[in-house]
Design a protein around this ligand. Sequence first.
Ligand SMILES: Nc1nc2c(ncn2[C@@H]2O[C@H](COP(=O)(O)OP(=O)(O)OP(=O)(O)O)[C@@H](O)[C@H]2O)c(=O)[nH]1
Ligand SMILES: [Mg+2]
Length: 306
Amino acid sequence: MADDVTMPENPRCGFVALIGATNAGKSTLLNALVGSKVTIVSRKVQTTRSLIRGITLEGDTQLIFVDTPGIFAPRRRLDRAMVTTAWGGAHDADLVGLLIDAQKGIGEDEEAILDKLGDLRMPKVLVLNKIDLVAKEKLLALAKAANDKVAFETTFMIAAISGDGVADLKRWLADRMPKGPWLYPADQMSDAPMRQLAAEITREKLFERLHQELPYQSTVETDIWKELRNGTVRIEQTVFVERESQRKIVLGQGGQTIKAIGAASRKDIAGILEHDVHLFLHVKVREGWTDDPERYRAMGLEFPKE
Ligand SMILES: Nc1nc2c(ncn2[C@@H]2O[C@H](COP(=O)(O)OP(=O)(O)OP(=O)(O)O)[C@@H](O)[C@H]2O)c(=O)[nH]1
Ligand SMILES: [Mg+2]
């Protein structure tokens, strides 16, 4: 965004939480709204682990979108922390957008979310996503079923992946934000430090290349971030896994899996920074990291007592 954008005389500013079942497309929508990759996306469930803010301007309004972990019936400690965090994000917002994957429709998770959403006081908007995959009649039936359960202000039908309907949604939201000064500089798109986004991007590549339980039993932290005199950035990250057998899988034969993960991550990080990047990945076994409060702090999550 241009540097010459200054706060107007009558600014608006507010928080919109994007909630929904896992895989509904919340993170894809956040990136589309902001126009830049600030949060990671994958075809697997439970990709987003904490609250990620994406900031953007629409007319006189600064919109602060909050991406949340998908809501589902939690089993493990990390699951519980993610779901609690998602609802916390909703409680603190000026407006809540519920995303439903229109192809999936209303299943058990969606049903539970709709039940709980009624208790929230702030205005709510229904966003049916992935309309590229479903017929119009099905969309209308789905909109009606959801609106019968919760008093939504209105319903939007979008395809976050192509941006279809996203501009209309953004304009509508901007008009509904409370009056007040912008909270961030006009050109800021995220409140997370770059080293955190870089760790998330590496985690996205892990999600793309690893299967079954492994993505859920791994996490990534940035240890070193050094800007070198020639303008390049040296980044060192650690991938934590639970067991030695998992470490072997992450490394791959002759280290080829971790190499591919590193190459894909480096490319994305360099694209965002618009600088050359040297990325070094270490893989460490940290047995029981999913029960270690310190790892939760690093992820920006509360540590559930059980
Ligand atoms: N066809 C289609 N796919 C979409 C659309 N929006 C998102 N997706 C895909 O849906 C999958 C999940 O997207 P995410 O944005 O990671 O979903 P999420 O709701 O953030 O998921 P969690 O973080 O796990 O809760 C990805 O493969 C996206 O590419 C859409 O409009 N159409
Ligand atoms: Mg997500």
